[in-house]
Design a protein. Sequence first.
Length: 68
Amino acid sequence: MHPALVITLVALAVYFGSCYFHPYRKCKACNRSKESHSTTFKGAFGKCRACNGRGHHIRLGARILNQK
Ligand SMILES: [Zn+2]
């Protein structure tokens, strides 16, 4: 087997292993607070629209793993 292919396969295995144990990544928009704060009206807030109030996003690798 080609060395570059072996490296790619190992990298994929590490990535999917990581996605299995840590399937989520934090939402950058709300920084896991799950809330979206109004910049116009002080103190007004709603659920974060970027993550739909979950505070995290499912990683691409975890989404692929969950399809099985
Ligand atoms: Zn969010």
